[in-house]
Design a protein around this ligand. Structure first.
Ligand code: OOG
Ligand code: MG
Length: 261
């Protein structure tokens, strides 16, 4: 059953305020067990509209739960998307203030920057042809739900846990690197926590962007030219706290670092 428009609007306000105020809340399906996938994206798009009405710009999109490691860690089996707002972006080597977050985790990801509009139906070849460059990225996720426990519908409504992201300065054309074999090493305070390769993301990270475009098409939306897209965590996410220093090494693409204060 679908939720009525007033309920969608009030859930969007509730979850968006929890994000801005870094407060945890119970998952939305506790009070609304009938909520479905479409309702959840309605809440996400309504929350996004609230931000835009306040002057926040949307600078890109992210895919999540695109690797086995992430699906297994969170106990959900389907990729999801979210939007990236301007204030989510942190410069490379920058500081992330943990007072503004609830329980942050870091993820190693490959970011795509597109040079033309992509609309569905979209296949991986169109994504590769429309990719100006890829660059290394770290996403900092921060579920607004208690103890990071959620179901698929609740996490979609919560903008798929989007919170902060950092991109690295090295770029490559898709033809210059084999993204499937691209190795990543995630270190916290100099200690290796996770290892992986690009193929962990739907066999090729460009598949994740194609899936995003096809999911957007279901709502009559497209991916505008110049979009930044995070293709999803390659490894399981790693919890961090104030005082931690994170460095992720990407084969061929340098490294991305940040400090949590
Ligand atoms: C959902 C977001 C997952 C990714 O890269 O897989 C995500 C979550 O695990 O909280 O961003
Ligand atoms: Mg992610």
């Amino acid at each position: 059953m679908s939720l009525d428009p007033q309920t969608i609007a009030s859930l969007a306000e509730h979850v968006e305020a929890a994000e801005r105020e870094a407060r945890d809340i119970v998952k939305l399906t506790d009070a609304h067990p009938e909520m479905d996938f479409k309702d959840a994206y309605d809440v996400q798009w309504a929350a996004r509209a609230l931000k835009e009405a306040r002057g926040t710009k949307i600078v890109g999109m992210k895919m999540g739960l695109t690797s086995r490691a992430k699906m297994k860690q969170m106990g959900v089996e389907e990729p999801v998307y979210g939007y990236l707002a301007d204030y989510f972006e942190v410069p490379e080597g920058g500081e992330i203030n943990t007072d503004e977050l609830i329980h942050p985790k870091v993820e190693a990801e490959i970011a795509f920057v597109t040079n033309r509009e992509l609309s569905g139906p979209c296949h991986v070849g169109q994504v590769l042809a429309a990719t100006e460059f890829v660059c290394p990225a770290v996403e900092i996720i921060d579920s607004r739900y208690e103890n990071f426990r959620f179901d698929l519908v609740s996490v979609v409504a919560d903008n798929s846990s989007s919170s902060r992201f950092v991109t690295g300065g090295c770029m490559a054309k898709p033809s210059e690197i084999d993204m499937r074999a691209l190795g990543v090493v995630l270190e916290v305070n100099g200690e290796i926590k996770e290892l992986g390769a690009g193929a962990a993301v739907l066999a090729h990270p460009a598949n994740s962007v194609a899936l995003l475009v096809n999911m957007l098409a279901e709502r009559g939306q497209s991916l505008p030219a110049g979009s930044l897209v995070l293709s999803g965590g390659i490894t399981a996410a790693v919890g961090v706290q104030a005082g931690d220093s994170v460095n992720v090494r990407f084969q061929h693409l340098g490294s991305v670092g940040m400090r949590f204060v």
